[in-house]
Ligand binder design. Sequence first.
Ligand code: MG
Length: 361
Amino acid sequence: MNIESVQVELLKVPANMMYEAAGHAVSHNWHILSRIVVEDGTEGIGWLVNTRPAFINSLYEATKELGDLLVGQNVYKNEYLYELMNSYGNWVGPGGFLNMAISSLDVAIWDIKAKLANESVSDLLGGHSNSVGSYASDRLWYSMPVEELLDSAKQHVVAGHNRIKLRIGKVDNISEQINRINSLRKEYEHLEIMLDATESWNLSEARSFGEALSKAGILWLEDPIYHLDFKGLRELKENLSVPIAGGEHLYTFESFRDTVDNSSLDVVIIDLSRVGGVTPWIKVAHMCESANILLAGHVLPEFHIHLLSAVTNGYLVEDMPRSANITKSRLQIEEGNMLVPQGPGFGIELDEDACLEYKVR
Ligand SMILES: [Mg+2]
């Protein structure tokens, strides 16, 4: 089944509330949306989303250029198509920008493959389970006062969540952060809480803050230190009782292999866009399975729910609705689990009016 056309769009989608993440003010969720149509008229979609405009126009241009390579090719041959795109752009790779430029196209290819089979992507890739544990991640920023955090937590609990993730960032006093956790616990006893330190600490801070947080009983501590400090992460993993999660900043097979070889993480978080799409995502997932490592997905729940449910080591999907303003379909949460949409493909219905409204290129 040959590819007839590839269209790439750049969307500037307003965020529902302004916030600060990793030191940057976030007002919009930038989407690069790829649409691939094959000869029987079936359309596949894929996107990436970024909270910063930096390099977004260049990424749009690179995606368009790679998309042109796909026209006339057989959509079933995802490994061949991946290599075609990867080798075309390998002088700006491996990883990084090139992976990001490939990812939305590779995601769209898998959407079509599953649609042509009249199956969900989850089932096409293995169909291990019908739901995956989930956690709420939106509107829980470190820039928010505790009253607003409590209000956000309430909305997440009402929506069916029983896990939430707080950001912590650079801190001088860890007990203030523990007070925030305890305020949430007091209000919602059953709530499990994870903490993302967004690589803001050095190793000695991570040792002492991690110790205090272990006692506070959190579900995982994410990115306590720089993601390529495998030795430091391993030391934390071995000495702290709290599980260590990370991986969203990794791009290449080699970096995931180093993570596995160094046994530096309890939970590997894969970012679908940074790893370069579904084709490499599945390989990393199996690499982690071979070392008994649990998997989570970084943002993009619309796609990660299918990938995490397809494999045996899928653990938690991050419910971060950055694309809710351009989709009509909604993800279902029940008692802390996200249900796998039925498909076909990823089972996503775009809001075409909204896509048109937010389209800038
Ligand atoms: Mg994170």
